[in-house]
Design a protein around this ligand. Sequence first.
Ligand SMILES: *Cc1c(COP(=O)(O)O)cnc(C)c1O
Length: 421
Amino acid sequence: MNFDFKSTKEYAVQQDAEDILASYKDRFFFPQHQGKNAIYFCGNSLGLQPKTVESAIQIELNAWRDLAVGGYFGGKHPWLYYHELLTPSLAKIIGANKEEITVSNTLTVNLHLMLLSFYKPTATRYKIIMEAGAFPSDQYAVETTVKQWGLDPADAIIEIEPLAGEKILHTNSIIGTIIEHDTTVALVLLGGMNYYTGQLYDLKKIASAAHQIGAICGFDLAHVVGNIPVSLHDWEIDFAVWCSYKYLNAGPGAVGGIFVHEKWSTNSQTPRLGGWWGNDEKTRFKMEKGFHAKPNASGWNISTTPVFNMIGLKASLEIFDQAGIQQIRNKSIRLTSYLEFLLKELPNLPFEIITPISIDERGAQLSLFFKENGKAIHNKMQENGIIVDYREPGVIRVAPAPLYCSFQDVYQFYSILREHF
Ligand SMILES: *Cc1c(COP(=O)(O)O)cnc(C)c1O
């Protein structure tokens, strides 16, 4: 894509004037630095608080105060169905039917629930393919799962490594590994986007290769949901999980999400661990023997809806509904490309951008790899009111989330760096 970027403040001001999402910045609270909004490029770690969250919490506090147990069936948002208020907006963001989505628990717990349903090793088909350097929690989940089945992680887990001297994975290598291990593979499980490099994988092609060898394909979409629109249903992804506190701005520890493709979710016989909230509502309160899973993804819900963990997500999804995920993505492409353009104008900073240059292979984040002094440079950024994070080894992740970051923020980030380095 060709952009007409300029490294001037006037240019950034004009870009903001033309940005149809510019006013969304005012809907969020920013951490303060010396009396002004900090430059917050850390929405890939924890999204900012929408200003509407507090009053939304107050509504449910009042319902609890005034209706007590009656709040399950009465009030503005009966708690019995609270999680269902979230699925229509999520359906648009991840490209799924309402029947394929539920919210429940947090990411790693949901990953374990999916592994229980979809990883069924046999004597010959028992391997799990994942990316080398996957997010630690995902690595632990897979390692402990295969041990639980009495298997040796060194044998059962295949890690796809970048080519020598490279940091990102080529789609061809991923597909090559899948085809190479053929009928020994039970499950292909990747992060949709690598948290460290910011590389977005080709979910559709990977799922198709996994299905070609008869394996199941699941994704951890922690860095994808709310960042990049996807079409999980059409791409025939078997399952996916994500958290809501990164690009979805739902707050620390907010409820996570589960996608189970219709071909599995509408079958109440698909194996899973049951609990009363996943049971058909018609029989749930009969307190009888026998679990009857709901014929949709909500059949994976287990416990009573954690309402207070969902309010932030509901408030945030209202903003996504208004802005539209495609518009958000359109702005994001420009904003992150502008960041890349300006970073390249900083010859004195000794880093390499390890995130792919192609916009089809990345989202809001650019990962800057420093061979040395990464931590010191990160500290210096923080002293100057720039909030970004540092991940060992040597990477500063810079993620201008398009809902609340502006072209002027990106320009200011650049001018602070130019001044100090
Ligand atoms: C953020 C993140 C997680 C976090 O998992 P929790 O269970 O919510 O703590 C897991 N996997 C990936 C890839 C992540 O980026």
